[in-house]
Design a binder for this molecule. Structure first.
Ligand code: OFO
Length: 162
């Protein structure tokens, strides 16, 4: 059984993961509207991943016989200037998620809650990968800056994500 405080914080993290999913669905839609099918597909994959993250936390609370409490999900922005703006916003968002997971880890460590620490370690490792992927895309888009052909190729490459 986990503490009430940890349960509350994990419920807040579930909300952040669902907001992430919602944010990436908004980015996918905006990318599609602007004609970037590859980026739209990339964000659609991310949308699915974030739902998986939320479900992983939900399942964990259920396994611990703790109460899942879902709150309202805030509305994301509807539009971004361009793909670079979108991915910069993505990286900034993921850094915020990493920080929230870090705070949860500090709490779990203070409570000597080893099971929650084990779960969080998986998420913290995942964040390293997410931030690295975002930084790589930002680099690619910065390199493509000003060239329509390079931007076309970058979008095509983003569409390769499975
Ligand atoms: Fe759930 O990792 Fe992104 O937000």
């Amino acid at each position: 059984m986990i503490s009430d405080r940890t349960t509350k914080e994990i419920n807040a993290q579930i909300n952040r993961e669902l907001y992430s999913a919602y944010l990436y669905l908004a980015m996918s839609s905006d990318a599609m509207y602007k004609g970037f099918k590859g980026a739209a597909a990339w964000f659609a994959v991310q949308f699915q991943e974030e739902q998986g993250h939320a479900l992983r936390f939900v399942k964990y609370l259920q396994d611990q016989n703790a109460k899942v409490e879902l709150g309202a999900i805030a509305a994301p922005k509807k539009e971004w200037k361009d793909l670079l703006d979108m991915f910069q916003a993505t990286l900034a968002h993921e850094k915020g998620i990493t920080a929230s997971l870090g705070k949860l880890m500090v709490l779990a460590a203070a409570e000597k809650d080893f099971a929650t620490q084990g779960l969080l370690q998986w998420f913290i490792n995942e964040q390293v990968e997410e931030e690295a992927n975002d930084a790589e895309v930002i680099w690619m888009l910065e390199m493509a800056s000003g060239s329509k052909g390079a931007l076309f190729m970058a979008d095509k490459k983003l569409g390769d994500r499975k």
